[in-house]
Structures are given as structure tokens and as C-alpha cells.
Design a protein around this ligand. Structure first.
Ligand SMILES: Nc1ncnc2c1ncn2[C@@H]1O[C@H](COP(=O)(O)OP(=O)(O)O)[C@@H](O)[C@H]1O
Ligand SMILES: [Mg+2]
Length: 304
């Protein structure tokens, strides 16, 4: 068997992704690792022992690096899961799937001793549980377990609010209801990037004046923000608990409990865009280097 290593990659192209991809490929080449780019699992076909994309047997690759949040579909995810049974992937399918689900993530984090917002999950027919919860907390947030970008999050501030929401939930294709205690915070968060168990960088996001969500898609904006050791350690612990090689951990400060809480662990955190780099977010090169290190380490042949 030759020493030559070959990996597959699928990285988003927008927001500066294309240039990032080129840098990764170049640095991998310098380490004698060949990259087959643009492996969109949407176009892959399984044929008996092989998963084939453009004539390439993906199951023969040394690793697959999948980093394209926006375009992930049910079919791609299904193939991702199968492929990862045979070759290593970054992130692993299990870690990827975990971070795609807010309840599963919070459940794992809480068992690892990481603070999250208090939450409840119950069957959508268990209105008694939901009623008890809103009475106890006063204010809570309904979250689709598989959402992103702040989409579908609904603030519930009374039993009346709950009664209005329930018929909608009952029409959805899910059985579980996930609600979190509404946290009093200053409408800013920390996004902490981790690669291979190492701190990459941090920035903040601030909700617009009219919204309580910090997501850019909800009108939030990015700002330069220093991070302290406590926050970094929480992010490292959360990343480890979820088993993700690459993560962007979202953290806010609970003003009532006076502690940091992890809101979510993103498995495909975006690199800084060219505009954000101009603002001073300068962690892209460090992140690229750590990703290349990680791919190098995970593909190193054993008996050389
Ligand atoms: N329990 C909560 N209390 C107060 N604000 C919250 C809570 N959960 C989320 N938010 C706000 O909503 C935003 C989106 O929530 P998040 O759980 O990260 O979902 P998404 O995957 O849609 O980004 C957060 O960045 C934060 O600003
Ligand atoms: Mg978020």
C-alpha cells in the first residue's frame, strides 16, 4: 500500500469559503495529502461495497471532510452516516448528528456537567407538563430541536401564549416539544471556535434593538470580543462532551444565575467572512492550520 493519502472534501463556497478551501488543499498538498474537492454526497450512488461519486470510490478515501451547513439534505445525511461506518469523517457522523439536535446536545452537555439553559422535553400531547413548566418559569422559549438561525424560536410568556402555540405544534411532523427557560441576558453572546481540542478564536454577536435573538438571520451583528479562560474552558468541555473535532460553541451569560451557559454547539461554524476579517476577526489562518493538522493526524498510516 502506498504512503500517498487522499481525502475528499465538501466545503461551502460562499462568504469566502472558496478561498479557504484552496488554502486547505494547498497546505494538505505540502504534507503529501491529495484532496478531491467538491464531493457533494447528493450526487453519490451506493453500489454494493462502494459509495461512488464521479467515478471515485469514497469508501477507499483516507478521510472525508464535510463542511457545508447550508446545503445538507436528508439524502446527504443518510449517505454521510453510511460512509462514516467505513472511513473516518470530520466531523464524525455521530457528533454531527448530535449537534444537529438541540435536545440531545443539551442532554449530553448536562450529563457532562456543562451548564445549559434549563429545559424540558415532553410529548406534544402532554399539555399538563407544558402548563406546569410555564407556571414555574413564567417565560420560556419553544425551539424546534433541529432548527438554526433563530428560525422557529417562539417566546412563551403566559399560559395564553402556550394555548395559541399548541395547535401549531400539533400540526407539525414531530412528537416532541422542547422548551427552554428564558434566560435574562444582555442580548449578546460569545461564539467560541474550537478545532482538535484547541481554542481557535472568539467573537461576539449582538441582537438588534428589536429582537432577543443574536442570530445574524434575526438581525444580529458580529462584533470583536475578547474571551476569558473560563469561557474557553466551557467551550472545550462542551466540544469534548459532544465528540466534535470542529465546533463553534455559543455561550451567553445568565444575569440571574450569574453564570455562563452553553446555548448550542455548532458542528459547522463558518470561517470569518472577508468583511469580518476587515473588522479584525483574524482567526482563519489558525483555524486552517489546525484543520490541516487534524486531517494529517487522522489519516496517518499506522505501519510505516
Ligand atoms: N433560553 C434562552 N433564553 C434567552 N434567549 C435565548 C434562549 N435560547 C436562545 N436564545 C436566543 O436565541 C438565539 C438562537 O438560539 P439557538 O438555541 O442558538 O438556536 P439557533 O440554532 O436557531 O441559532 C440565541 O443566539 C439567543 O440569542
Ligand atoms: Mg445559535
Amino acid at each position: 500500500m502506498s504512503d500517498k493519502r487522499t481525502i475528499g472534501m465538501w466545503l461551502y463556497k460562499n462568504g469566502g469559503g472558496e478561498a479557504i478551501g484552496k488554502k486547505i488543499i494547498k497546505q494538505l498538498k505540502e504534507r503529501n495529502i491529495n484532496t478531491i474537492d467538491d464531493i457533494n454526497l447528493r450526487d453519490a450512488t451506493a453500489k454494493n461495497a462502494n459509495i461512488v461519486h464521479n467515478g471515485v470510490k469514497l469508501n477507499k478515501l483516507d478521510l472525508m471532510f464535510s463542511y457545508n451547513a447550508g446545503e445538507q439534505t436528508i439524502y446527504q445525511t443518510y449517505i454521510y452516516q453510511a460512509l462514516n461506518r467505513i472511513i473516518p469523517m470530520i466531523n464524525s457522523y455521530d457528533a454531527f448528528a448530535l449537534t444537529e439536535d438541540k435536545f440531545h446536545t443539551s442532554f449530553v452537555l448536562r450529563n457532562a456537567g456543562v451548564n445549559t439553559a434549563d429545559y424540558r422535553v415532553c410529548h406534544r400531547d402532554d399539555t399538563e407538563q407544558l402548563r406546569k413548566t410555564i407556571q414555574k418559569w413564567g417565560k420560556m422559549v419553544y425551539k424546534p430541536t433541529d432548527g438554526w438561525g433563530g428560525v422557529g424560536l417562539t417566546k412563551i410568556e403566559s399560559e395564553d401564549n402556550l394555548d395559541i402555540l399548541l395547535p401549531f405544534i400539533n400540526q407539525m411532523n414531530v412528537r416532541q416539544v422542547f422548551v427552554e427557560k428564558f434566560i435574562k441576558y444582555d442580548n449578546t453572546d460569545f461564539r467560541v471556535d474550537i478545532v482538535g481540542g484547541q481554542f481557535v478564536g472568539c467573537y461576539g454577536r449582538k441582537a438588534s434593538g428589536t429582537d432577543w435573538r443574536t442570530n445574524i438571520t434575526s438581525g444580529g451583528s458580529v462584533f470583536m470580543r475578547e474571551c476569558n479562560d473560563e469561557i474557553i474552558n466551557i467551550a472545550l468541555k462542551a466540544t469534548k462532551a459532544c465528540g466534535v473535532d470542529i465546533a463553534g460553541v455559543d455561550i451567553i451569560y445568565d444575569l440571574e444565575k450569574e453564570e455562563y451557559v452553553v446555548l448550542e454547539v455548532n458542528g459547522i461554524p463558518a470561517f470569518a467572512t472577508p468583511e469580518q476579517e476587515k473588522m479584525g476577526l483574524d482567526f482563519n489562518d489558525k483555524k486552517i492550520k489546525l484543520i490541516v493538522d487534524l486531517i494529517d493526524k487522522k489519516t496517518r498510516k499506522k505501519n510505516k
